[in-house]
Write a protein that binds this ligand. Sequence first.
Ligand code: MN
Length: 290
Amino acid sequence: MDIKQIEMVLTPRQPHFVGDGFRVHNFIPGGYGLTMQRMDPFIMLDYASKYHFPPTGKPKGVGVHPHRGFETVTIAYKGSVAHHDSAGGGGEIKEGDVQWMTAASGVLHKEYHAESFCETGGDFQMVQLWVNLPAKDKMSTPKYQAIQNSEIPKVNVENGVVEIIAGSQFDKKGAASTFTPVNLFNVKLQKEGLAQLNFPAHYNTALIVIEGEIIVNGEEEVPLDHFLLFKNEGTEFTIKASENSVVLVLSGEPINEPIAPHGPFVMNTREEIMQAFEDYENGKFGILED
Ligand code: MN
C-alpha cells in the first residue's frame, strides 16, 4: 500500500460572518498556507461549523452578489438554504443535499436561510467550496446541479457508507458532473467504522471532520471541525471513526493555470478581472431584486 502522507492538521480559525447568516471558519485560502495555488482546483472553502440560530421572521443570509469564473458548491449538513439567481433559478438546499452552481460567465445570486428553517430555528452547518474552472470554460454558460441526497451514489464500507458527490471511487461515479477531475465525498462512519480511499498522488487532497472524531492512516487523530491536508505523496489512506463521524473528503487534479482572484471573480489575468467589473457594472450579469 502506497500511503498518502499527512502534511498537517489544522484547527479551525476564528469564525466570521458572511452576511448575517453564515458563521464560517475559512480554511482556503486562509492563513495556513492553503493558497489557491496549493489547493488548486479548490480556491475557497468556508466551513460553517454547527451553530444554533433562534427562530426569526426575517431570514438571515447574504444579499445579491455576483460570481464569475468558477463553481460554488454548497453542502448542507444541518439546516436549509434558499437561493435565487439572475437566470430565474431558485430552490432550496436541504439537509444532506448539495448544490453545484457553475457561475462560469457570470450570475447574480442571493443565499438565505430557508423560511422553514427560520420558523423553527435550529442547528445550521454547511460547507461552501469554490472549484476553479479551466480557462477554456470560464466564460461558458452558467448552470445548476441541484443534487438531492437520494441521487448521490452510496457505497458501503466497514460500518459505514461513502457518498460520492463527485468523482469516482469503488467503481462508482459521483452525482455531479465536473469540468476537471474533482472528487468530493461524504464519508459517514459509525464508531469503529473504516474507509480506505485512493487518489492519485498529484491530486490536492484534504478532509474536514464534520461530525465526530477520526484517526487517519492509523496514527493521526483528527478532532471535530479540524482540517487535514495530505502531501502530494502516496495514493491511499484510511479513515477510522473513533465515534460516529462524518468526514468531507476533497481531492482534485490541479488545473495549473494562472489564477487572478478578486473578490467574487476568479479569472486567469488581471485584464479579465477588469472586464468582469465592467460587465458587472454594465448589467451583463442580469438583474436580481434584493
Ligand atoms: Mn455566492
